[in-house]
Design a protein around this ligand. Sequence first.
Ligand code: AGP
Length: 614
Amino acid sequence: MCGIVGAILSEGSVVQGLVDGLRVLEYRGYDSSGVAVAADDGVLVRKKEGRLANLEAALADGALEGARAGIGHTRWATHGPPSDRNAHPHLGRHGTLAVVHNGIIENYLALKEELTGSGVVFQSETDTEVLAHLIERELATADDLSSAVRRCLARVEGYYALAVLSRGPAGPEVVCARQGPPLAVASTADAAYLASDLLGLLPYTNRISFLEDGDIAVLTPGRVQVIDLQGRLVERLPKTIHWESGDSGLGHWPHHMLKEIHEQGDVLARTAFSRIAKGADDVEFEGGAFSDEFFAEIERVQVTACGTALHAGMIASYLIEGLARIPVDVDFASEFRYRDPLVGPGTLALAISQSGETADTLAATRLARSKGAKVAAICNVEGSSQVRESDGVILTQAGPEIGVASTKAFTAQVAAALLLAVRMGRARGTLDSERARELLQELRLLRPKIDSLLTEEAVGRVRRLARLHVEQNGFLFLGRGVNFPIALEGALKLKEISYMHAEGYAAGEMKHGPIALIDPGMTIVVINSVGHVADKVRANIEQVKARGGVTVSVGSDAASHEVAEDSIPVPETSEWLSPLLNVIPLQLLSYYVADLRGCDIDKPRNLAKSVTVE
Ligand code: AGP
């Protein structure tokens, strides 16, 4: 998704800070970038298709140095292909105003027709450019830039996170506005900043305010003033963010994804261990959230999420239904939001999201709330929309996840779901003290088991498999029960970073169709842990082998490793916890296959880290 940065300083040059901010936001996925600064005689713009390096080359002449106010953008194309002319920022006619935007202006064609009719000649194929011309036109009669922006937005349908820079007679002005995609703002003694997400602001401060829908922020050095669309002042108190800007650094690692895979032992400890209650037979969340009373009226749970978070949600459904003995439904947020679902006051709507800004998941949450459901979230970003709009929140402690392919956030989500399931089971009396104690003890013992899967020898075993299978036509991942979602997750990881065809399937479903796919060019990865379905899954491996299939078994069921052609052993643990271990070799497998294929692992083609539009 697009990345937006902006700043106004009391003195000094803003342009390098804009580029540095865009580099921090690169992980969001983009295909072009640009900056605009307010110079003495107007607004100067540089923008280029492709990677940030292209923009930096265009800035090398230093022509934009010295300006103290500016905005920047990394574009993830929606209207108009990636190109220099479609890159943001977009200028008005007089060259004194520039706009950058994330979102979609749904009525841009009508606005474009009106503006063209009044003599505007458009320079790009984007929807965003209409904003630049509309605001510029309003600025001719408005008191100030924020008034002009308000008037423009009153005519706009759709959703946006936008920043506007103008260079008027009174000097530079920077204004931003939000309706949908996120925007964060912050001020220091002699500057004010804006960014699409908090990572763009952490280099300056960890006291950050998050705009709400309908907010407009006016940035002046040392101050951010927030107003609503009617021009009334609103208060957006800053939150203290407990991340360090260095947390998102690459360090000595070749890719963020590999670093984040190796952080999972720490992430599990940070997310789970401090929430195990003193008696070790229950869970205690911050602020007493998820108390016995919280669950008193809950009769069912509805999980909504997207992508990897949905796979964590599927595991959550097995854990909650199994331990708290309450019905749980899981749905793609993009399906849930359009099917007029049967949810109401007795429903706990549980959203799972790393970013907390995924448009479909937010929409599903808002729909569930409108139908009377109680809303909870498992989320990684404090201050995100998902967190702010929930009645109960479990913050995962994964730290910034930069790799587009989610890994440590996923395992943190599963750990958080286990905690919630234990808490709900204890609250409802379906999980006794002894079983809870055993499970939580097993959870504590997971960390060395995770680390054992990340040793040089264990990783080397996966790398060998990657080399053996990198030329295959495709992969089929099979799993049952709580490991069926791990089959889906293993397939998604491989798809999204190596671009190979891969499919996850319920192992019991294989003979109802996918078994026709078996041939030497198809690798069948079967996830099987010691547990109540191990013998069934082992039989599935036999069925594949009997038809000449290439099989790899992953898990703690040693007998499966005897049957399969190749294997990745995983330490034994409670069946409920086995997904937290089984997923790690699959994350590594996708990483090394993608590496062998020379793919852009941290920024896979067409993908964005947080899908803030539909
Ligand atoms: C996962 O590897 C993908 N990047 C994607 O499926 C992601 O999980 C999905 O877009 C949901 O994002 P969220 O967790 O931020 O809501």
